[in-house]
Design a protein around this ligand. Structure first.
Ligand SMILES: Cc1ncc(COP(=O)(O)O)c(C=O)c1O
Length: 512
């Protein structure tokens, strides 16, 4: 690669080239209003093949689950069966106008109802709302429901929500957004919730202000909380409610119904557990299920069935609407197609295989990548290792080096309680060969760390951009073309939509 591979489409522009052939107008032509016409619009002029190649080239620069293994812990990047896409692309679903009345929209409403019913069967909850657009919004729905419940009983002083220190960052953020105070409960050295600390936080004087607990099971260390029933009972005895973060449901599929544990409300990340793998900021669906205490508070509308007819309903004490119309409908279609494709048996096998795959990878690398929590017990669908590669190297170096081996890096530096965390979630859709190759790459990298550490610190070696300032990329993204910055370096950075040259000058690498 002598040259940077992505020229800006503007740089390929040549005056007068066209990529479209418009049909002759079938209405009388009339001039556009003068004040709408602009001479200063600097639009690229290119032919169709140039545009197609440009975007194809760009797409190849992206990591994707269709191209590579993507063991991003906590994100469940499983392969998305094509059948789901076909279902979501069916004309009747794709073209359905959101303002259609129920009578004209029976197919879509029927699908929503059937998906609600399937999720009820899988989880054991009494009712589901498919409104929320992401796991985090599902959390917000659930926590607002808990607030509405306490307020309806006159318990406005119940303002504290307890959250384990291993929790996903969205949990405390959600509490704060909903007007609660998030209070951290530590984990024990074996990675479980510290029940002594939990008891202190919900008994005595503190009991009256307890609103509830948010808990993820299996937790983000990939460990099942064996004393979950005891934990839930402790919160209920103190008058609190328990929110289940169901983002890790992949590990429990077909084996355990979370509602049977006594959880009051829980979200599922449909875009993780039931296909549509997330990442890249695409649309999601954070379906919320509720037990008998909270079902009436679910965000609406839900789909209901009367006789053979489907229609929208809003639960009597609903916290209201969280998303326009019926949520991210395309994701719902994919989730329903996925559930029907697998069936009861397949769903269970998916969960079991996800757990088996994680344990297999863990066993292959654990001697070089030790686990600070749960090393001596089976993990669930993921595990968090803490690489010990000497002072000069970090987990980030390993992650970057994995890109050279053709793998998407696992999640790094999360959960926060694991030093230099490397969090691996292989999912059920990967073959033994892929898992072996991934483990071999990690082992090879551990060897390189000893003999040629510079290979890690300078990685990745073959990508158009290397190490980005991720904070600046998120806070100051450059998403539009800026004329006058047409240098090749500037082009690449602007096209990746990430950063400006000033923010991180050393991101561009050219191979000799
Ligand atoms: C444990 C856990 N909780 C909550 C979330 C938030 O889900 P989302 O990214 O859809 O908002 C995630 C994200 O993957 C997660 O892993």
């Amino acid at each position: 690669m002598k040259e940077l591979p992505v020229p800006l489409i503007y740089e390929e522009s040549a005056g007068g080239r066209r990529g479209v052939t418009l049909p002759k107008p079938d209405v009388p032509q009339s001039p556009l209003p003068e004040d709408l016409l602009r001479d200063d619009l600097n639009l690229p002029e290119t032919d169709e093949p140039t545009v197609v190649r440009h975007f194809t080239r760009l797409s190849r620069q992206n990591f994707s689950i269709d191209g590579q293994f993507y063991p991003l812990g906590s994100c469940t990047m499983k392969y998305n069966p094509r059948m789901n896409e076909e279902a979501a692309g069916l004309r009747g679903f794709r073209r359905a106008h959101p303002l259609l009345g129920a009578a004209e929209n029976q197919g879509a409403l029927g699908l929503i109802w059937k998906l609600q019913e399937s999720l009820k069967k899988i989880t054991g909850f009494a009712a589901f709302s498919l409104q929320p657009a992401a796991g985090a919004q599902g959390e917000l729905a659930g926590v607002l429901m808990i607030r509405a419940y306490h307020q309806s009983r006159g318990n406005r002083e119940r303002k504290r929500i307890l959250i384990p220190d291993s929790a996903h960052g969205t949990n405390p953020a959600t509490c704060t957004m909903a007007g609660f105070t998030a209070e951290t409960i530590p984990s024990t050295p074996s990675g479980e919730l510290d029940l002594g600390a939990l008891k202190n936080a919900c008994t005595g004087e503190k009991q009256a202000t307890l609103a509830g607990l948010m808990i993820t099971n299996p937790n983000t260390l990939g460990l099942f909380e064996p004393r979950i029933r005891e934990i839930i009972a402790m919160i209920h005895d103190a008058g609190g409610l328990v929110y289940g973060d169901g983002a890790n449901m992949n590990a429990l599929l077909g084996v355990l119904k979370p509602a049977d544990l006594g959880l009051d409300v829980m979200h599922l990340n449909l875009h993780k557990t039931f296909a549509t793998p997330h990442g890249g900021g695409g649309p999601g669906a954070g379906a919320v299920g509720a037990g008998p205490l909270l079902a009436d508070y679910l965000p609406g509308p839900l789909a209901a069935k009367t006789g053979e007819t489907y229609g929208p309903v809003t639960p009597p004490r609903s916290i209201g609407r969280l998303k326009a119309f019926y949520g991210n409908f395309g994701v719902l279609v994919r989730a329903y197609a996925y559930i029907r494709l697998l069936g009861r048996e397949g769903i269970r096998r998916a969960g079991e295989q996800a757990v088996l795959n994680a344990n297999y990878v863990k066993a292959l690398i654990q001697d070089l990548y030790p686990l600070p929590f749960g090393a001596d017990r089976p993990c669930m669908h993921e595990f968090a290792a803490s690489p010990n590669l000497g002072n000069r190297l970090s987990t980030l170096d390993i992650a970057k080096r994995l890109i050279d081996y053709g793998f998407h890096p696992p999640t790094v530096y999360f959960p926060l309680i694991v030093r230099e965390a490397l969090m691996v979630e292989p999912t059920e859709t990967e073959s033994k060969e892929t898992l072996d190759a991934f483990a071999a790459a990690l082992r090879a990298i551990a060897g390189e760390a000893k003999t040629r550490p510079e290979l890690l610190t300078a990685a990745p070696h073959d990508t158009p951009v290397g190490r980005l300032d991720e904070t600046a990329a998120a806070r100051k993204p450059v998403l539009t073309y800026c004329p006058g910055t047409r240098s090749r370096e500037g082009s690449v950075m602007r096209l990746t939509g990430l950063i400006s040259k000033e923010i991180y000058p050393r991101t561009i690498r050219t191979k000799k």
